[in-house]
Write a protein that binds this ligand. Structure first.
Ligand code: ME8
Length: 636
């Protein structure tokens, strides 16, 4: 079977300029596209801009421009923002292009001819921010919770799409394809929209008396197409529906990526529209959370924006890509602040990866005049390294293909950290002292091969630095199959290593001054009591359990992957006699996050969860944090 892959971002509204929320989705799509290319897939990556509708017409008017000029200007800014950060899209669709308009009109006509579009009258609460009518349930305290604005009541005659006709089909499709919408929490959200009341039919037109900025309905020139019915069709118009070879090749092998704000149009409108137009449903809808800044949502409408360009010029493109992909647990909201970026750069990139490469290259320089040595007779733990790399690369690819990049990268980093440990344990400097050149050659060769394979796997993330590492090893730029990487046997003996500078310079954080007043000490008996500063040494955070599994060979231990708010890590917890993995997955726990790592039953544990028991005979009860406390919140 031909390996094809098609990934899309939402097409962004041109009512404001690109910000880091857009950059995240686009970088994620760019990453999975490049990963599939690296793995030998024929991959297509689509992004673009959504240019019709009330929102754009209003923004253009405010800027004293025609909607088309305005759309040209902002769409151009999205394009240049993506060029700035080397986004490798295959196509950029604009909904004002003739190729798109034609497909929208063809699909409208098809659905109309089938009898799934009718003329009627409707009154409802319309949110301009969402560009759709809200249901009663969606309105909170009289306002749209997404945009914090009161919707307008609008009543008019319009065309409607019989969405309700496809409600049962969609319910059934989701139940039969549990991964159709993922992660699960968003599938459940869509299911609950479908299971409650009957789905309302979708109003798909706007009278030209109110709005002219849209695609005319092919069957009534007094109306233009509702912007969501227009925009969603970009995913097929861009690849030439219905006859183009691209459409035939890539549809329906499509992975849509969106954030949770536009779940309903993608989870309900789009699949029912496809069904009505006799087009196969998309493969998966992949839904991520929001980046939150200072606890508030960051978006155009709230005016709380950081530009991708500023970030990349300050920290570097590869560094920002790594941060985004590592920091956000897919499906959950994540905190955004610059200290977190600096932590990821200093700990993961500089300490773990940069240090490994630096020390390996230095040793190859010192002991082998920078020439790649032939492995010796003594394999120097090569079998363990092979097994370790295979496990890491399999998990990395599996998780990343499901968009769970934070876990995928963590699995790869476990291997990178194990390589640093390998250096500490094999002690090449000692081998050199003992003139054990046989084992020393194997150690250095093993390290160089491992660095090469890691660099290839990371080339969709570190798009500038990985190729530098690979070039310095004189290695092939990419491996078309993962088996060749797994062989850890890709470099040429005797080739001279090229010098690499410092790949990831360490950064200083700008610290706010601590302003607490000294407390006057009262005269009390303080024996056995601790100072507040002692307590302050313990960093306890609210963490989310993302994965839970039993530890082989132990009936007491669970192995948990937790999101601590600033990283994703693994801990071992002695709670298996009371909790099954599914009891704890998805729950918020309290994590002692600054414990020294320990190895328990062969697994590294980076922290401890808090559990309580009255006496040593009792079973531990985990202290769960309330749903409303944010992940990463610190106790104190
Ligand atoms: O909704 N965190 O366009 P849009 C993470 N035109 N991602 C964010 C984000 C944040 N704080 N803010 C925005 C539209 N995004 C429609 C889409 S598709 C047929 C039509 C990202 O410009 C995220 O991908 O409002 C979100 O879904 C998208 O930008 C919304 O972009």
């Amino acid at each position: 079977m031909e390996k094809v892959f098609y990934v899309t971002t939402p097409i962004y509204y041109v009512n404001a300029e690109p910000h880091i929320g857009h950059a995240y989705t686009t970088i994620l799509a760019d990453f999975v596209h490049r990963l599939h290319l690296t793995l030998g897939y024929d991959s297509f990556f689509l992004t673009g801009t959504d240019e019709h509708g009330d929102k754009i017409a209003t923004a253009a008017e405010a800027g004293k421009m025609t909607p088309q000029d305005y759309a040209d200007k902002i769409s151009g800014k999205f394009k240049s923002a993506w060029d700035d950060i080397n986004i490798n899209y295959s196509d950029f669709i604009r909904t004002t292009e003739p190729r798109h308009k034609k497909v929208v009109q063809d699909i409208l006509q098809k659905v109309y001819d089938k009898g799934d579009i009718y003329f009627g009258s409707y009154g409802g609460n319309y949110c301009v921010g969402c560009e759709r009518f809200l249901t009663e349930k969606e309105i909170v305290d009289g306002k749209c919770p997404e945009h914090n604005k009161e919707p307008q009541f609008i009543e008019e005659k319009n065309y409607f799409f019989k969405m309700s006709k496809y409600q049962d089909w969609l319910l059934d499709h989701i139940n039969k394809n549990p991964e159709f919408i993922r992660p699960e929490r968003y599938k459940n959200e869509v299911l609950s929209m479908l299971k409650g009341d009957a789905l309302e039919d979708l109003c798909i037109s706007r009278p030209v008396s109110r709005l002219t900025w849209g695609i005319p309905l092919p069957f009534d020139e007094n109306f233009v197409t509702y912007v969501w019915f227009d925009a969603l069709i970009n995913y097929v118009s861009a690849i030439g529906y219905p006859d183009d070879s691209k459409y035939k090749k890539y549809w329906p092998a499509v992975q849509h990526i969106i954030a949770k704000d536009i779940l309903k149009p993608h989870g309900i409108f789009w699949p029912t529209m496809l069904k009505a137009a006799d087009i196969d449903p998309y493969m998966n809808l992949n839904v991520h959370g929001y980046w939150n800044m200072d606890e508030a949502k960051m978006s155009k409408s709230l005016g709380n924006v950081v530009t991708p360009h500023d970030l990349v010029s300050k920290y570097g493109n590869d560094q920002i890509r790594y941060f985004f992909l590592k920091e956000m647990t897919f499906g959950l909201d994540a905190r955004f602040n610059e200290d977190l970026i600096i932590d990821r750069i200093n700990y993961d990139l500089a300490n773990d990866l940069g240090n490994l490469i630096n020390r390996t290259f230095n040793m190859a320089g010192k002991y082998f005049e920078s020439k790649i040595p032939e492995a010796g007779e003594d394999k120097a733990g090569r079998d363990e390294l092979l097994a370790g790399f295979k496990k890491a690369s399999d998990s990395y690819v599996d998780y990343c293909c499901k968009f769970q990049t934070s876990i995928g990268l963590e699995k790869l980093w476990e291997f990178i950290r194990s390589l640093n440990k390998y250096v500490d344990e094999t002690k090449p400097w000692q081998l050199a002292k003992e003139s054990n050149m046989d084992k020393l050659s194997s150690v250095i060769r093993n390290l160089l091969e491992s660095i090469y394979s890691v660099a290839v796997l990371l080339s969709p993330v570190l798009i500038n630095i990985s190729p530098e590492i690979i070039a310095s090893l004189n290695g092939e730029k990419s491996a078309t199959d993962i088996d060749s990487l797994n062989s850890l046997n890709n470099l040429k003996t005797g080739e001279t290593l090229k010098e690499l500078g410092i790949l990831f310079p360490k950064l200083e954080k700008v610290k706010a001054e601590a302003k607490s007043e000294p407390v006057k000490e009262k005269k009390t008996d303080t024996e056995g009591l601790i100072d507040i500063s002692d307590f302050g040494k313990v960093d306890i955070r609210v963490a989310l359990v993302v994965e839970a599994e039993k530890v082989d060979g132990s009936d007491k231990l669970l192995y948990l992957t937790v999101d601590s708010g600033s990283d994703t890590r693994q801990i071992v917890a002695g709670i298996a006699q009371v909790y099954a993995p599914e009891d704890i997955k998805g729950k918020k726990i309290l994590l002692v996050s600054n414990l020294k790592p320990a190895v328990i039953f062969g697994k590294e544990s980076r922290g401890m969860l808090l559990a309580a028991k009255k006496s040593s005979k009792d079973k531990p009860q985990v202290i769960f944090a309330d749903e409303t406390v944010p992940v990463g919140a610190r106790l104190g």
